[in-house]
Every structure is written in structure tokens, then in C-alpha cells.
Design a protein around this ligand. Sequence first.
Ligand code: HEM
Length: 481
Amino acid sequence: MDSTTSTETTATRAMEALPGPRPWPLVGNALQIQRERFHLQMEDWARQYGAPYTFRIRDRRFMVVTAPDSIGHVLRQRPDLFRRTERIEKVSAEVGFLGLFTASGDTWRRQRPMVLAGLDPAHIRQFFPALVDVTERLRRRWEKAARGNEVIDLQADLMRYTVDVTTGLAFGEDLNTLESGDGDTIQRHLNVVMPSLFKRLLSPVDPPAWLRRLRDRELEPHLVALRSAVQGFIAKTRAALQARPGLREKPENLIQALVAARDREGSGVSDEDVAGNVLTMLLAGEDTTANTLAWMLWHLHRHPAATAVAREEVDRVLGGAAGVQSLDQLGRLDLLEACASETMRLKPVAPFIMNQSLADTTVENVAVRKGEFVICLMRPAGLEEKTFAQPQVFDPLRWRAEGASAHAMASARRHTMPFGAGPRMCPGRYLALAEIKLVAAMLLANFEIEEVAPEGGGEPREAISIVMAPVGLRMRLRLRK
Ligand code: HEM
């Protein structure tokens, strides 16, 4: 067990005895929660009642922890003592999304090494030239918008970028949604399916069968379209494996590894596992990275001094080129990486991680019974004054190695954990950081940011539907002289 975690073994408190919002009969606190601002509500309650605290949705009791040690303690005890919730597994299985993110137990154990191998730094290195190409497409798209003084739908463009990258890396497929007019189908369908999934997850009661059928009927065309896209990827992979049987032993991407495993006797990987993981990659790789980038560009626009320092680094490292050309250059963009860390501290797109206990245990001396829920609420620790001076201020320089002692840096990292921690930590983090740095460097090298704001200006609203996103960010760019 990790030496920095809270390892107490005796429970001195019952979960019910923790402070928290007063529950109503039957529904508990369900009616106090607006789905879109679930994370904000939990953060409000943490300020009001302190942490840990408890709330209830019908008969499901939740404990919320915010201390980094407790968060690490819970996350590192997966998959044996904590799992993602049974409900997320059930709901995602219903819509065909059962993949690494939602799987548990042996299914998760079988899948994790395959997904990890498909996204590890070695694969990112191999895929790097394609990443440079996709970034260049985005530059061309934004150059056209800048010349025409057009308003850019920032999140939509960034999602085209992340879908093109993910499908290229994980499925060996160049969708080019950035340049093909009709290539938005995947995003369009995911954008309908995701909120519906989140709604089902948070729903305090299981709706009656007739309502479920009605809801499913509305969702069905989108699911059919997504499944058909997935089947297309799988069919192409099968053809590739047939043409080059050697790929079965040495797969070049994630989908080849999954399909080859599916065909191997006794692998335990099913058709559903393959399809579920293809969709999981799209879902996990698209919104998270695109919205982190959107939040980062919004911050950069509001902080010209930070932007100037980051731009100076980009100019120095790129030496006048329009974008990053080598992994060496990518590795030298420390300030852009600091901007990403600072963005994820203030605007974590995964603001909480939900866990369900697999056995009776204790967390912060509180008895957690088998089947109960512990929610790791991630943002409060990143806003603690004792670790981050002036915590509300966007200051990327606080993440620079020269500016902080190694000890302070390690502590800062342990306080934010934007990619989670322990055995289920995000396997896409290398890819995500590469994408973020490539896009931000391309933007700073070629454009001045005239505006990044929601319609009407001001700070964008945070809305959560699986991922926490800014609502309605528009961007205007000017070509840099
Ligand atoms: C800035 C971008 C991203 C952020 C902030 C992010 C964050 C996270 C977080 C917080 C988790 C849960 C970790 C835990 O439970 O400890 C996670 C899991 C996961 N992420 Fe990411 N992620 C990002 C990008 C990506 C990308 C690009 C991919 C793949 C293409 C990806 C694939 C996954 C998968 C498959 C899981 C499930 C891992 C498991 O349960 O074993 N993520 N991510």
C-alpha cells in the first residue's frame, strides 16, 4: 500500500453520521442536484460541510472525499477493493459502450494491457508524423477562418482534431473530419448519446419500461449510426489482418490488437469487447482533450503575459516553423506543458471519479460498506492556498521546475491528479499532452488570438455530461505578422 495514503484500518465514524445536505424522504438529495452542474453542487457542499461529507440519491449513499491522500488511497485500491459503479457498467453495456473505462474485474484486467500498449509512448512516437499532419490540417482550417475574419466554433473544431487523431492512432483510419465536409457524423452522434448516457447514470429512479422504450427509440438511430461506424473500422481491420497475417502477432494499432485477441482461442475477448473499446476510445479521446484545449485557449486569451512567455518559447523551439516538426521540439515545450497543468488544475474536465466499494472497508476513518460509493472530488485540492499561492490565478510559471523545489512540484502534482491515479490511471495521457502541445504551439506560432469567449462574453458556464466542458466558446484569430 502507498506510504502516503491514509491507511487507517479502524472505522470510528459511520457514513450516515457525516455532515451533508439534509436529505428528503425517499428521493434523498436527488432534487437538489441539477444534472449539468452536478460537480459544482458537490463542490458547493464541500465548502459548506467540509470533507468528507455524505449525500444520498434515493437509497444510494455517497461519501465525498477531497483530500489528496484519501483520493490516492481509494484510487490505488482498484480493482480489488473499489470498482467503477455497477450502474455505469450496466448502462454502458445497454448502449454498447462497455469498454476499458466501464469494465471491471477480469474483463478490465484482460483489456487494460492491450489498450495501454496501443497508447504507450512508443506508439505515439511511431504515430508522430501523422499527428503533425493532422495539426497542419487544423492550421489550414484556421488560416482560412482568420483570412475571412470568420468566427470559429472552437470546441467543434477541436473535436474534429481529436477524432481524427484518435481514429488514426487507435484504428489506423484517416477520417479527416477536419477537411471533409460530411465527416462529422461520429461527433454528431456521440454528442447525442453522451448526454443521454449521463442522464441515465444520474437518474434517481429507473424509469418505467414504456418511458425507457420511448427514450431508446429516440436514441436508436444515433446508436445504429455509431455501431455501423464501429463495424466499418472492424471490417477494415479484419481485411488488413487477412492480407498481412503477421499483424496478428505484431499488431500496429489498438484495434488490430483487439481483433487479433478476439480471434485467439481462450482469450476471453468477445465481439462486444472489441466494439465497446472502439467506442470507448472515441469517447475518452475526444471530449477530454478537446475541452481541456478549449479551456486552455480561453485562459491564454485572458492572460496576455502568460501567452507572451509561452509564445517566446514556441518561437525559440520551432525556429520560425509553422508547427512542431519533431519529438525533440515537442519535449522542449515546457511552458506549454505548464499551461496544460495549470488549465487542468483550474478546469479539470474530469472533476470527479466515482467508485463503488467491493468489500467493507474504511476511508478517512469512516466505515464504507460493500456496495457504497466514494466520490473523489478532484478540484478542491488544486485550489488549496497552502500548496498553490493565489490559487484562483492562472499562473503557468508555478509549474516550472526552476520556479519550484522538486518537493513542492511533487506535492503540486499529487494535489491535482487530472488523469486520475493508480492502476486505472488514464492510458491516453501521453497522447493528450502531445495533442495539446501540438495545437497550442501551432496556434501561437501562426496566429494572434483576437477573442475566445462564449456568446455575450465573460466566463463560460461549466456544464458536465460525462466530461466538464465550457459552454459555447467561439474564437476569432488574426494571422500573425
Ligand atoms: C486531457 C485529456 C484527458 C484527461 C484529462 C483524461 C482524464 C482521465 C481520467 C481522470 C480518467 C480516470 C482515471 C482513474 O480512474 O484513475 C481517465 C481514464 C481513461 N482515459 Fe483519459 N483523459 C484524457 C485523454 C484521454 C485520451 C486521449 C484517451 C485515449 C485516446 C483516453 C482514454 C482513457 C481510458 C481508456 C480510460 C479508462 C482507463 C481504465 O479505466 O483503466 N483519455 N482519463
